[in-house]
Design a protein around this ligand. Structure first.
Ligand SMILES: [Fe+2]
Ligand SMILES: [Fe+2]
Length: 233
């Protein structure tokens, strides 16, 4: 269970590295400030380092390291303009995924007792803060060039994609084992709670600062809340 989570993370990190490299190129092509382009380039390098930490942890557990993700996965609809698509991908990756991952890491950091794991988690959390910041800084630049209201209807799909496949589905009881925390894995039940809390406390207010209508995202979060209540009753 624990090794499997670190193996999945290895794939997530390598995939994120590819995406940040592409976002950096896209931002450069769109004429974004050099600081944003560089932040994205650095994020791409950070994710490679994160993947290497996942690989180390897998090896220390005598598990195979899966091959890196080689596909550049973007999720934005094809019929958006080039600038809208870039904005879609930056928002999905940085404002949503990285913000959520930061929240998970902070929880893990609090629980980690192993010294090496703590150092790794500290590094990851520190980097993810920057990766999330990139998204909000990008929006601050983009808002004067592009009408951001198109994002509103897409936010639920982005939030759903960022949860992974099965967060809001039934899992085996061992996925809820509190003992997972000390091995760097948040029990699923807690992960759901953290996910929704972070949406409400960070992600939704972040979009509202840019006057993006968060009604659809709020409704999605409400639906998930009901799913969680049903799962846990
Ligand atoms: Fe990462
Ligand atoms: Fe990241």
């Amino acid at each position: 269970m624990i090794a499997q989570v670190w193996a999945v993370r290895h794939g997530v990190e390598t995939g994120a590295s590819l995406r940040f490299a592409a976002l950096s190129q896209g931002m450069r092509a769109a004429g974004a400030p050099a600081t944003l382009v560089e932040l994205a380039t650095r994020a791409s390098a950070d994710e490679i380092r994160h993947a290497a930490h996942c690989a180390d942890i897998l090896r220390s557990r005598r598990r195979d390291v899966p091959p890196p993700e080689t596909r550049l996965l973007f999720f934005g609809p094809r019929d958006l303009s080039a600038e809208q698509r870039l904005t879609y991908e930056v928002v999905a990756q940085s404002c949503i995924s990285e913000t959520e991952s930061m929240a998970t890491l902070v929880t893990l950091l609090d629980a980690a007792s192993d010294a090496h794991l703590k150092i790794v988690l500290q590094e990851l959390a520190r980097d993810e803060v920057q990766h999330a910041r990139l998204g909000w800084a990008y929006l601050a630049w983009a808002k004067d060039r592009l009408d951001l209201s198109f994002l509103s209807g897409f936010l639920p799909a982005m939030a759903a994609a960022a949860t992974g496949d099965d967060l809001f589905q039934h899992g085996p009881p061992e996925a809820d084992d509190p003992a997972l925390l000390s091995a760097g894995v948040v029990p699923k039940r807690d992960r759901r709670r953290i996910y929704l809390e972070t949406l409400h406390s960070v992600v939704i207010p972040g979009f509202e600062e840019f006057r993006i209508d968060t009604g659809p995202l709020r409704r999605w979060a409400e639906d998930r809340r009901r799913v969680v209540d049903a799962l846990e009753s």
